[in-house]
Design a protein around this ligand. Structure first.
Ligand code: NAD
Length: 348
């Protein structure tokens, strides 16, 4: 296997691997390890050029540094991409990738991501210990992701001056995370509107929880206090933002803003936006607790996820003080944490 170190400004280490035997072509980008080993998923995708793969891995690894710093996981940020078609996946490919990960001596820890599964990660794990998110003590991360989103919803409601029992929330997508959120919000008496493409699942959850079923195409236009996107990304864009009838947005879907400028557009529309990568960090927090030398601790995972709400409050306060969007406010808080890790450790 040929491993080449690429020197990219602002990144701790970026390496490329090519292995003729298995057909592996992959890049690992380690953005920053000030707070701990770089953790980030392994994305397998048929990128049309190496440049496209490089741009993706650089952008995503940097994003992981910010996400982990805000979530206080004790991890740095990294990501890897394998340039391949999903139908070309083989055990040999993942074993070769495992050797590539292993060559970094633990500075990068991989996990499943787009087009890679826990089964693929088991194969990687047969070659290197530097893999996270396998079936382990922490189990399914979705309940903790839901907890983090619901904490964020309560903090957002307080920001709007609305008590839990007076709050109305529309959830788009009642999958693993959305259904747990529905139960938690209903338990505190909030009015919850639920939508999904799976009408039978909506009807069942509505009957169980007292949530109100609404058609999937009304998710964005339903008048409510908080809209919770929990189905797919890029849902906040030029077409949808003018149709929104909510006061705030807080949900688990990744990359909700189609482009960064849509954060400004929401601010201009007077809609408060809870940055998705802060709100949905429950899963990675769970994995970080699983990774501790002392082993998994359910209470600690729970407490760290609840603390997402404290960070969100900090983000809202800074955004208000500076007249910027919450997305723009989150970045300097993350930077303060990963650029000055000693100060952070002393504060904790
Ligand atoms: P899931 O696949 O279990 O649920 C998604 C649900 O959305 C499904 O029920 C699907 O039918 C529904 N859906 C799809 N398109 C829809 C539409 N147009 N309108 C209404 N419903 C629609 O996924 P999940 O694990 O609940 O995760 C939801 C989102 O949160 C995803 O974007 C995921 O990447 C993100 N996320 C999840 C976690 C986690 O721990 N599961 C962590 C971080 C981020």
């Amino acid at each position: 296997m040929k491993i080449t170190d690429l020197h990219i400004d602002g990144y701790h280490r970026v390496v490329k691997a090519e292995d003729a035997g298995s057909g592996l072509k992959a890049i690992i980008a380690i953005h920053n390890i000030n707070l701990g080993p770089a953790v980030g998923g392994t994305r397998l995708f048929p990128y049309s050029t190496e440049e496209e793969a490089m741009n993706d891995v650089l952008r995503l690894s940097k994003g992981m540094t910010y996400k982990s710093a805000l979530a206080d996981t004790g991890f740095g940020g990294g990501k890897s991409v394998i340039i391949a078609k999903p139908e070309d996946k083989t055990p040999e490919l993942f074993k070769a990738f495992g050797k590539f990960v292993d060559s970094l001596g633990g500075e990068y820890i991989c996990a499943e991501d787009v087009n890679t599964s826990p089964t693929d990660m088991e194969i990687v794990h047969s070659v290197t210990p530097h893999v996270l998110g396998l079936d382990g003590a922490g189990g399914d991360p979705s309940p903790l992701t839901a907890l983090g989103v619901v904490e964020s919803i309560w903090v957002t409601a307080a920001e709007l001056g609305i008590k839990p029992a007076d709050l109305s929330v529309t959830i788009q997508g009642i999958g693993h995370v959305g259904q747990d959120m529905t139960r938690m919000l209903r338990a505190k008496g909030a009015t919850v509107y639920i939508t999904d493409l799976r009408a039978d699942a909506v009807a069942k959850l509505a009957e169980e929880t007292g949530a109100i079923a609404i058609p999937a195409d009304q998710a964005l236009t339903k008048e409510c206090d908080i809209f919770a996107p929990c189905a797919m990304g890029a849902i906040l864009n030029d077409d949808t933002i003018p149709t929104l009838k909510c006061k705030a947005i807080a949900g688990c879907a990744n990359n909700q803003l189609a482009e960064p400028r849509h954060g400004e557009m929401l601010k201009s529309a007077g809609i408060l936006y809870a940055p998705d990568y802060l709100v949905n960090a429950g899963g990675i927090i769970n994995v970080s607790v699983e990774h501790r030398e002392e082993g998994y601790d359910k209470d600690l995972a729970h407490a760290k996820v609840v603390a997402i709400g404290d960070t969100l409050k900090e983000v809202y306060d800074l955004a208000k003080e500076k007249g910027i969007t919450p997305e723009q406010a989150a970045d300097p808080i993350a930077e303060e944490r990963f650029l000055h890790p000693t100060k952070r450790a002393e504060a904790c």
